[in-house]
Design a protein around this ligand. Structure first.
Ligand code: KG4
Ligand code: ZN
Length: 353
């Protein structure tokens, strides 16, 4: 396993990422090219535009990952690439690149599920992390609570019935006039530190539903109404807001964050109870995905996990947001179990998808 060297490619959403990881977990390189400035300009991900942006940088990102690792493609054992879920136009850019490289250098190819990669990267960070374990995966498009029995064997305990938490962070940030040039979540986390989290009593979603599912659409509406009632104008950027205006924006940010995360805490609490009925031996809760890079989220969930005598495994922020390392590592896990596809033909026509 130590001799394995796998290239991971990730293009499911707005980041073009590649990384080279060794079978023993050593990260040889990682490169991310973000489209955040494009997103800020157009206020969201437009698939066609995102596809173009991926296409423009993919060759360069992959080359840089190989260069930084001091390798050429001939040194690789396999290529891993995200095949879903995500924007299909964007996924294709990564898959096309992976197949071209694998075809030219006669390398096996490993198709990766984006959310599985978010979960399994925790096993690269925490070598003690054995199956079975629980995972809370929180990103822009997904909110998942799973019980990971074994590689490729997952039980879904809960999912969102509408929006994911990252989407709620991004919309709230936009409505509060925050700087979106690096996505809304981090900007909102920062502003929330200035605010009073108890100032607005948003109601916690799905209190009456005694399950492990999530909902953020209702909270988004509550936030929008609060913003309207305080006459906050998103056209005025926070940097130009009066101190009183800034204060009320910070209060909304903090109050939103408190309830958004309380919803996670309540669902995790119940999911731990459920999971223990199925697998009494679980010891860890993995928290991963972009929103898991939030310090407040990490602190609150650490509390839940400790209360339940479990251990929290939360990858460092750079491995929580979309990255190539998680794809390469998940590729290694599958490769070691013999799960990969043979090299595609070197002269493959591009219309295979
Ligand atoms: O996993 P990810 O990079 O991409 C998806 O698979 O969606 O997650 C992106 C999401 C965005 O909604 C972004 O605003 C959120 O993660 N995010 C954060 C923070 N950093 C990223 N949300 C809250 N606090 C943060 N510090
Ligand atoms: Zn993601």
């Amino acid at each position: 396993k130590d001799d394995l060297v796998v290239l991971g490619i990730e293009t499911s959403c707005d980041d073009t990422a590649a990384a080279v990881v060794r079978g023993n977990g050593e990260i040889l390189s990682q490169v991310v090219s973000s489209q955040a400035d494009l997103l800020a300009k157009y206020g969201g991900v437009a698939p066609k535009m995102a596809e173009e942006a991926h296409s423009q940088v993919i060759d360069q990102v992959v080359q840089e990952a190989l260069d930084k690792a001091n390798l050429t493609a001939t040194n690789l054992s396999a290529v891993a690439v995200t095949i879903g879920p995500g924007l299909s136009l964007c996924l294709r850019v990564g898959v096309r690149k992976a197949r071209k490289l694998a075809g030219s250098f006669n390398l096996p190819i490993i198709g990766i599920h984006h959310m599985e990669a978010h979960a399994l990267v925790a096993r690269l960070i925490e070598r003690e992390l054995q199956f079975p374990f629980m995972a809370l995966l929180i990103s822009g498009g997904h909110n998942l609570l799973i019980l990971a029995h074994d590689l490729g064997h997952y039980i879904q305990l809960g999912t969102t019935i509408d929006d994911a938490i990252g989407e709620a962070y991004d919309k709230t940030a936009k409505w509060l006039g925050l700087d979106m040039s690096r996505s809304g979540g981090p900007a909102l986390e920062e502003l929330a530190r200035e605010g009073d989290a108890e100032s607005i009593k948003f109601s916690t979603p799905m209190k009456q539903h005694k399950d492990c599912n999530f909902s953020y659409a209702g909270l988004k509406t509550q936030v929008r109404l609060a913003i309207e009632s305080k006459n906050i104008n998103a056209e005025i950027p926070i940097s130009s807001a009066s101190s009183q205006d800034r204060r009320s924006r910070a209060d909304i940010a903090a109050s939103f964050q408190r309830v958004a995360v309380l919803h996670l805490e309540e669902r995790c609490d119940r999911a731990i109870e459920w999971a223990r009925k199925i697998e009494p031996s679980i010891k860890h809760l993995v928290v991963s995905g972009g929103v898991a890079s939030n310090q407040y989220v990490r602190a609150r969930l650490d509390h839940v996990v400790t209360k339940n005598s479990l251990q929290l495994v939360c990858p460092p922020p750079k491995l929580c947001t979309d990255n190539g390392v998680m794809v390469a590592w998940t590729g290694i896990e599958h490769f070691c179990m013999g799960r990969f596809d043979p090299p595609p033909p070197a002269d493959e026509h591009e219309d295979y998808m």
